[in-house]
Structure formats: C-alpha cells, structure tokens
Design a protein around this ligand. Structure first.
Ligand SMILES: C[S@@+](CC[C@H](N)C(=O)[O-])C[C@H]1O[C@@H](n2cnc3c(N)ncnc32)[C@H](O)[C@@H]1O
Length: 261
C-alpha cells in the first residue's frame, strides 16, 4: 500500500473515534502507513503495536516512521496474526487492514484477536474491494474478465477460497468466532485525471503491472490479454491513465465487532 488511500484512511480512522490514550494492535501492518495514522489518532498518551510476519516489511516500517512524531508511539514487531505474542486482554482494539483474506486460518486469527482485546473493546477488520473496483472505465467486459481471472488465481493463495470470497465472508467468520455485535461501514474512493503521483503509482504499478500482469495471463484469452496490454502497459500509447477523462472507483469496507463486556 502506498499513499493511494491516505485521504480516506484518515477519515475512516477519525470515524472510528478511537479513545485518546488507547492501546491498539495493527495486525499485518506491512510498511506501517496505517499504523502511523492509527498512532496519530490515539494521541500522545496512546500506544500502537504494529505486527507483521515479514521482517523486511518491519524494517521498511521502522524507516518510514522514524522521525515522525507519532512514530514514537508505534512499536513495530515481527509476528503472526495466528499466534499473537501479547498477553490476554492487553489491548483496547485490534485493527486488521487488508490482511484477513490472506490468512487461511481465519478462525484461529480471529480467536487470537478476541483473546488479546479487553472486554468491551473492538475488532476492526478492513477489507478493500469487497465489491470489485472500477479501474477501466468504458471497458466493462474486459474488466469483468480480469476480475474473474483474479478470483481464479487467488483460489490457490486462499486455500481453495478466492480472496474475493474470503473478504465477502468476513462477517460470517466474525460471527462464527462468537462475535454478535457488529457494524458494517463502506467508503468509496474516487480518483479522476489528473491523478496525484500516489494514485498513478498505485494504479499503474500495483494494479495494472503487478495484480494484472503475468500472474493472470494464462487465465485470459489471447484477445483479452492484447486489449489489457494496450490499456494497461506503462509504455502503451493507449494507456488509460493518459486520458483526461480517466477515473476510478475503489470501495473500502470496515467490519467493526464489539467484544462482549
Ligand atoms: C495487503 S498487505 C496490507 C498491509 C497493511 N495492513 C496496509 O494496510 O498497508 C497484507 C499484509 O498482511 C501480511 N500478512 C500475511 N499473512 C499474515 C499473518 N498470518 N499474520 C499477520 N500478517 C499477515 C502480509 O505480510 C502483508 O504485509
């Protein structure tokens, strides 16, 4: 994640009204951007632990937050969401952003969230693209084929259930873990030309080149691949991001569960 989501992320976090001075855990914090914004939200007396299994991401997060005032209250650690190295009832809230669909042992992870959050605290699971985003305005059929290819590709990575399916069953997973008081909040990001560098970078590199690159080629027809290449390759004269009428729509959903008090 780069700063593509930053304007809405700040609003999403503000809407949560995290108690000033509260202690939270960011599971799968990646390079730490959300962790930093969460640490800003809890104020000077608050504390956030950012936990991430990939050591190189933890190092990147340390580099990113060093020198930031809120970075001092963001503690970064290597750790896994299915075996959280924290005592029972030791945090007021858990934030898990765009991570739960990656964890095949979903129930085990949610049980861990429940264990570490104090009674009355919150478990906040954020998932982008519970609804598919729109990145290719004017090309609905091609984009639908690409979405289907992504669903098929992530079946392998999601233990036989695609990322999309796993995101869409988050509420059911929380309920299966015994959580009953749950809220759903969705936000829609809109971006239009001219794009900010962070938006252009995310769409070109993360979406078009990485997610829609070679990894899905064998799941598209040759005709769709040719069309996708004309519209999405960075050096194509027909790259959609060159259009003055380019726009994208990108949904983010929060599943907020209250731990019984
Ligand atoms: C799409 S990134 C999201 C990163 C960050 N939360 C953000 O919003 O920018 C998914 C992250 O989940 C992490 N992850 C994968 N499996 C995990 C697990 N079992 N426990 C904790 N994090 C995990 C990955 O290492 C990766 O950093």
């Amino acid at each position: 994640m780069n700063r593509f989501q930053e304007p809405e992320a700040r609003r999403i976090i503000a809407d949560l009204e995290l108690p000033p001075g509260s202690r939270g855990l960011d599971v799968g914090c990646g390079i730490g951007l959300y962790g930093l914004w969460l640490a800003e939200a809890v104020g000077g007396a608050g504390h956030v632990i950012g936990m991430e299994p990939q050591a190189e991401r933890v190092d990147a997060a340390r580099a990113l937050v060093s020198g930031e005032p809120a970075g001092e209250r963001l503690e970064l650690r290597v750790g896994d969401g299915t075996a959280i190295p924290l005592p029972d009832r030791s945090v007021d809230w858990v934030w898990c952003g765009d991570v739960l669909h990656h964890i095949v042992e979903t129930e085990r992870a949610i049980r861990e969230f429940l264990r570490v959050v104090r009674p009355g605290g919150r478990i906040i699971v954020k998932e982008s693209q519970v609804l598919s985003a729109l990145f290719l305005p004017g090309h609905p059929e091609l984009e639908r084929h690409i979405q289907l290819a992504e669903i098929r590709r992530t079946l392998d990575e999601g233990g036989g259930r695609s990322f999309q399916e796993r995101r869409q069953t988050t509420l059911a997973s929380l309920r299966a873990a015994g959580l009953a008081e749950m809220e759903l909040r969705s936000y829609l990001l809109e971006r239009r030309a001219p794009l900010r560098p962070a938006d252009h970078g995310f769409i070109q590199h993360t979406v078009f080149t990485r997610n829609w690159g070679e990894r899905i080629r064998d799941l598209l027809t040759a005709e769709d691949w040719t069309k996708r290449s004309a519209l999405c390759e960075a050096n194509s004269k027909d790259n959609v991001l060159l259009s003055p009428d380019y726009f994208c729509l990108y949904p983010i959903t929060l599943f907020v569960a209250r731990v019984p008090g």
